[in-house]
Design a protein around this ligand. Structure first.
Ligand SMILES: Cc1cc2nc3c(=O)[nH]c(=O)nc-3n(C[C@H](O)[C@H](O)[C@H](O)COP(=O)(O)OP(=O)(O)OC[C@H]3O[C@@H](n4cnc5c(N)ncnc54)[C@H](O)[C@@H]3O)c2cc1C
Length: 283
């Protein structure tokens, strides 16, 4: 008698072709990829806020947030800052080169809690990469959400990621965009100057019970943005934060990202502010 064993290797990367790539700003590269297997490419889906493991044989593997939206299927987009081994090699890739991806991983944003509500997105620097996914998801499903506010800050005008596509949104009536820079060495910047929290004074009146707020940015930013959210009386469970921790396997096996019983690769990288009050090391 033969016994058939069926086993799916959770670590098996799949080849993906680079469809488009360009420098967003110095050291930050945009990669648009598609699974080589067309069937897989067209059926692949994910939630805004999820991430993937990206690898090259002989180089290594690293987690990156998905920056595209599942409402535009067939492609996956990443924004990658060059910091070391994997990211340097990814920056050298050209159109039609093959890289390897596995995922999506993590739980993404709690969309069910967001439907019907006003959405307040606050991004700082590189933090806009995962938030771009939820921004476009809301824009592509406009009738499922209330008002949409997008606040984005960078250190200088030259460090604004996706600048031209985000500035085009200013012409739309169904999203209110506010941009700021910490300082403007160019003297050409026409938007706000000041840290991202200075943009809150520009927001119209909101009903805090009907808002879901999301934030991602450098660690220092969270405390000040959360203070603003709480000042607006947004409930702690209606504040979602995208948090990065060192992780290796992405599937809850290696234990690198574990905090008590929480696996940030499985249970995160999106957490509510309420969650972080119980796991202070998350931030
Ligand atoms: C869930 C998640 C989502 C992420 N999304 C993005 C994204 O959208 N875009 C992006 O550019 N990066 C993102 N990162 C960070 C990215 O994974 C690291 O920059 C990458 O692993 C570095 O790999 P490397 O081989 O180039 O660097 P290495 O050669 O491993 O290290 C180079 C330097 O970077 C530091 N470093 C390595 N990993 C991290 C890390 N996770 N956090 C902080 N410092 C690190 C090391 O300490 C070292 O100083 C994300 C991380 C996580 C956990």
């Amino acid at each position: 008698m033969s016994v058939e064993l069926s086993y799916t290797n959770p670590f098996q990367p799949e080849p993906a072709r680079i469809v488009r790539q360009y420098d967003l700003i110095e050291n930050h590269r945009f990669l648009q990829v598609r699974h080589l297997d067309m069937k897989k490419a067209m059926s692949f889906t994910y939630n805004p806020g999820q991430f993937m493991m990206v690898s090259m044989p002989g180089v290594g593997e690293a987690p990156f947030s998905i920056s595209s939206t599942p409402s535009r299927p067939g492609i996956i987009e990443f924004g990658i800052r060059r910091v070391g081994k994997v990211t340097t090699v990814l920056h050298q890739k050209k159109d039609n080169d093959t890289i390897y991806v596995r995922g999506p991983y993590g739980d993404g944003f709690a969309l069910d809690d967001m439907y019907g509500k006003d959405i307040l997105i606050v991004a700082g620097g590189l933090g806009v990469i995962p938030l771009r996914s939820i921004l476009y998801y809301v824009l592509d499903n406009r009738d499922k959400f209330g008002r949409l506010f997008f606040l984005y800050g960078a250190r200088t005008p030259g460090e604004i990621l996706f600048r031209s596509e985000f500035f085009q949104l200013k012409d739309r009536e169904d999203v209110e965009c506010y941009f700021t820079v910490d300082k403007d060495p160019t003297g050409q910047w026409k938007e706000n100057v000041g840290v991202v929290t200075t943009l809150f004074s520009k927001l119209p009146k909101i009903d805090p019970m009907n808002v879901n707020a999301v934030v991602c940015g450098p660690p220092v930013m969270y405390r000040f943005v959360i203070e603003k959210f709480l000042g607006l009386k947004i409930p702690k469970t209606q504040i979602q934060m995208s948090l990065e921790r060192r992780m290796h396997c992405g599937v809850g096996k290696c234990g690198h990202c574990v905090l008590d019983y929480l696996y940030t690769c499985l249970d995160g990288p999106i957490f509510t502010y309420w969650d972080t009050l119980h796991f202070r090391e998350l931030i």
